[in-house]
Design a protein. Structure first.
Length: 160
């Protein structure tokens, strides 16, 4: 079973039903394509800041290899570590980008695949709506004689 993070668009993108239908489900799993094609994957997901940081680190590794005498094995190990990091954290980078754009965390769903995760989320979101709050509060009748009832830790209305 895998976990899926559900993000809904910012308010004002339509009604509640429209927000639910436009939800994005991001798997909380390792992304092989991000591991293998790190730079291209970052570009394809439009993660501009992460792409710039990746390019700077890659350039620094190239500089260290050619000018400072870094061995090929060490440079390969560093590239492997960067790819591994992006493979594990790639979906979180997408979620953070969407949250900066105003998307909100709606749910976390556990399912075996994306289709069943979508089905579970839509069933939960469309059927389980909280009851609306009353517009006008119900007035509490005042007792004209005797002390007011006390709710809390102290038995007398005046304190300890």
């Amino acid at each position: 079973m895998a976990f899926y993070t559900v993000l809904i668009p910012p308010p004002g993108a339509g009604g509640e039903r429209e927000e639910i239908e436009q939800a994005r489900l991001l798997p909380e799993s390792f992304t092989w394509s991000a591991f293998v094609f790190t730079g291209f994957w970052l570009l394809s997901k439009r993660l501009w800041l992460a792409t710039i940081i990746f390019a700077l680190v890659w350039g620094a590794l190239y500089y260290a290899r050619t000018q400072l005498g870094l061995t090929a094995g060490a440079a390969l190990l560093a590239q492997f570590a960067i790819g591994l990091f992006v493979g594990f954290e790639g979906q979180n980078l997408i979620a953070r980008k969407l949250q900066r754009q105003g998307w909100r965390l709606a749910d976390v769903v556990e399912a075996s695949d994306l289709a069943s995760a979508e089905r579970r989320y839509f069933e939960r979101a469309l059927t389980a709506r909280p009851a609306p709050l009353p517009l006008d509060p119900v007035p509490v009748p005042r007792q004209s004689s005797g002390p007011l009832p006390v709710i809390g830790l102290f038995p007398e209305p005046r304190g300890r």
